[in-house]
Structure formats: structure tokens, C-alpha cells
Design a protein around this ligand. Structure first.
Ligand code: ADP
Length: 185
């Protein structure tokens, strides 16, 4: 059975960078919900328009919208190794993911927490200069608050299910990549 891995971690933890590496080096199909939403906005689709205000405030896009997207995407990836970047982000999304995967006869194989302290997150985002609209300092602080409130409970959720692997995301990208590979092996 091909693996299904989810990357968990605060904004600026480098999930996107690690997701790209796992795609290039290990052949994972990556599903990055933040990227999907930014593309939807750039293309001015219905989804992009619905998500825009939440994204710009640093809030989460509603669960039902995100769950529908991921369920559809997963249904097209039967038999492929999947890497989820930025999903699930709430307990409701995690429950829905388990149900969607089980409909396909699959399940999550591991969840990698890319652990980075808040001060490093703020530092990194303020210096990376990607020009994202949600990278303004007050929005970054809101994204962090939302992370701690909505997403961090998933650490216990997946720990209880024996799926959680922690890696030190404060190290340089190559070192983190090695840790992530070791964690999912
Ligand atoms: P980061 O991890 O740096 O916050 P992402 O690219 O993963 O960046 O997400 C950017 C924004 O997209 C989030 O702040 C949120 O508004 C929206 N988003 C992405 N994934 C989800 C999700 N699973 N549930 C709800 N909103 C999401």
C-alpha cells in the first residue's frame, strides 16, 4: 500500500519546501491546500473568491470547502503515494480525511510535525519576502494564533493514534529533509 503522509506545523515551518523535496526525491504527489487556494485566487475561480477574505485575515477557510476539495483530489489518486501539506488543519478536517481515505480503502500512514518555535516563525516570514498578502506582521500573528488554537490539537489527536513523528524544523532545509525522510521510513 502506498504511503499517505501529512505534514503538520506552524506557518513558516517550511512544510512547503519539504513537500517539494518529497515530491522530487520520493515521487509523492503533493497536495498543498494553501497553494491550491492561491492558484484558485490567481485564476479568479469561485473557490478563490470564497477563500480570499479568510486568507487575507489569516483565518482558516471553512472546513466544508476544504474537505470537499481534498476528498475529490484523493479520489483521483488511488494507488499513489500522497503528501498532504497544510491539510488537515482542524480536528473536523482530520475526521473527514479519515472517512474520505477509508472510502478509497486507504488510511494515513504517518503525520510529521515540523516543529518550529513562534519567534523563529515570525523572523523567517518577515525576512523571506515572498510577497504573500498574508505575510504582513499582524496577519502572521493571527495565523500563529489560529495554528495554536485550531491545528495544534492535531498533535495529540495523531499521537493518540500512534501516527505522529516530530522533527526539529528549526534546522536548515537539508537537515530537516533528512529528518523527515527518516521519520516516514
Ligand atoms: P501557512 O502554513 O504558511 O499558513 P498555507 O499556504 O498552508 O500557509 O496556507 C495559507 C492560507 O490558506 C491559510 O492561512 C488559510 O487561510 C488557507 N488554508 C490552507 N489550507 C487550509 C486548510 N486545510 N483549512 C483551512 N484553510 C486553509
Amino acid at each position: 500500500m502506498e504511503p499517505i503522509v501529512a505534514l503538520l506545523g506552524p506557518p513558516g515551518s517550511g512544510k512547503g519546501t519539504q513537500a517539494e523535496r518529497l515530491r522530487d526525491r520520493l515521487g509523492f504527489t503533493t497536495l498543498s491546500t494553501g497553494e491550491l487556494l492561491r492558484e484558485a485566487r490567481a485564476a479568479d475561480t469561485e473557490l478563490g473568491r470564497r477563500a480570499a477574505a479568510d486568507m487575507d485575515r489569516g483565518d482558516l477557510v471553512p472546513d466544508d470547502l476544504m474537505v470537499a476539495i481534498v476528498r475529490d483530489a484523493v479520489a483521483k489518486l488511488d494507488g499513489e503515494p500522497i503528501l498532504l501539506d497544510g491539510f488537515p488543519r482542524t480536528v473536523a478536517q482530520a475526521d473527514a480525511l479519515a472517512a474520505a481515505l477509508s472510502e478509497r480503502g486507504r488510511e494515513l500512514t504517518s503525520v510529521v510535525l515540523v516543529d518550529v518555535p513562534d519567534d523563529i516563525v515570525v523572523d523567517r516570514i518577515s525576512t523571506r519576502g515572498e510577497g504573500r498578502r498574508d505575510d504582513r506582521p499582524e496577519t502572521v500573528r493571527e495565523r500563529l494564533r489560529v495554528y495554536h488554537r485550531e491545528t495544534e490539537p492535531l498533535v495529540d489527536y495523531y499521537e493518540a493514534r500512534g501516527l505522529l513523528r516530530r522533527v526539529d524544523g528549526a534546522r536548515d532545509p537539508d537537515a530537516v529533509a533528512d529528518l523527515v525522510r527518516a521519520a516516514i521510513d
